[in-house]
Design a protein around this ligand. Sequence first.
Ligand code: TYD
Length: 386
Amino acid sequence: MFDMGSLPLANRLLTLGSTADSAYPLVLYYCHNCALIQLADLVPRNEMFTDYVYLTSASKTMMEHFDRYAETTAQRLDLTTKDIVLDVGSNDGTLLTAFQRRGIRVLGIEPARNVASIAEAGGVPTLTEYFDLKLAKRLEKVRLLTANNIMSHVGNLRDFLATAHEVLRPDGLFVFEVPWVADVLRNNSFDMIYHEHLSYFGLKPLARALGEAGLFLVDLEYYPSIHGGTLRGFASRSSKEQSSVVREMSAREEKEADFWAMKDFSERVPKLAHHLRDMLLGLKKEGKRVAGYGAPAKATILLNYCGIGRDILDYASDTTPLKQGKLIPGVGVPIVSPQTAQKNPPDYYLLLAWNFRGEILAKEEGFLRKGGRFVIPFPEPTIVDS
Ligand code: TYD
């Protein structure tokens, strides 16, 4: 459906002086059988997930989101100190810590060693492994299994969901979050497409994949401002009672994530990319200084696909120490700390972490008040001032 050319791996930041800057094909396919939008060119997972730079705790928005997540799911299942929550792709342990604060035992599964050790240091027991049937045999069965922003990253979805079924008690719930493809298409946010994200879920293919594994989608919650639009799904092994929200959201999705929506998107995106680059070049011609705000994985795709390099951006500022001092692959834009950025602020920030727009605009009130501006890339490039 949509060929984005060859682009670098989004999270593989370069170290200074590094020459290993490789690119891989990034092509989206639409399955006429199950309606799943997906990549077919797979990069070996160990190249992407062994040493990781994304930390959940990097934003207040996600810390608060996962704290509420722990509160409401613990209540829904009436979890007690006897229960254990298993979280797949537990990252730095942000969600599990929130369960621990409520007296619930936890176990994380996180294949990225560097990130798993941050979780361990924070007191979250973590297995540095991939979630598969072999591992499931060694795990105790749980009433709550969680996996947030993980299912899109999974190459063998059938095996993953069979494993989820295996570890879940019949009275338990499998709770997961995925970005909703309808939002990606509606918001034009093509930078959500990168090699780590193999599947772009709509409800139809999601419910079907769960069903094949003996899991039934019983409920849904929708978070429009998390990662640009997130679905939280609740799947059960035993109950088949579906909430009306699932039917309502499915009806809403019907025309928003079909073949034609995908086709329109693939025609709009190249125009939008040109428009954004032209807008930034226009600012440069006026003598304005421009920098990136945040260095999320998405930024690698946005900058490389649009051709926005060091000629336009002086740097990208990011709060994650693991990213600072490195370069965004392909374009070589240096990542600096917010403190360094503050000493040398630009006239315009291109908001690369656009999913935290609310949090960031509030935090940067001072920059805006002094006449600084933000360029917001989606759904259409727009300039925001105070
Ligand atoms: P995020 O959009 O969560 O992820 P992804 O990598 O999946 O695209 O990443 C946001 C990045 O922005 C993360 O590296 C932290 C950074 N950030 C800041 O630098 N300042 C901020 O105020 C916030 C909220 C995030």
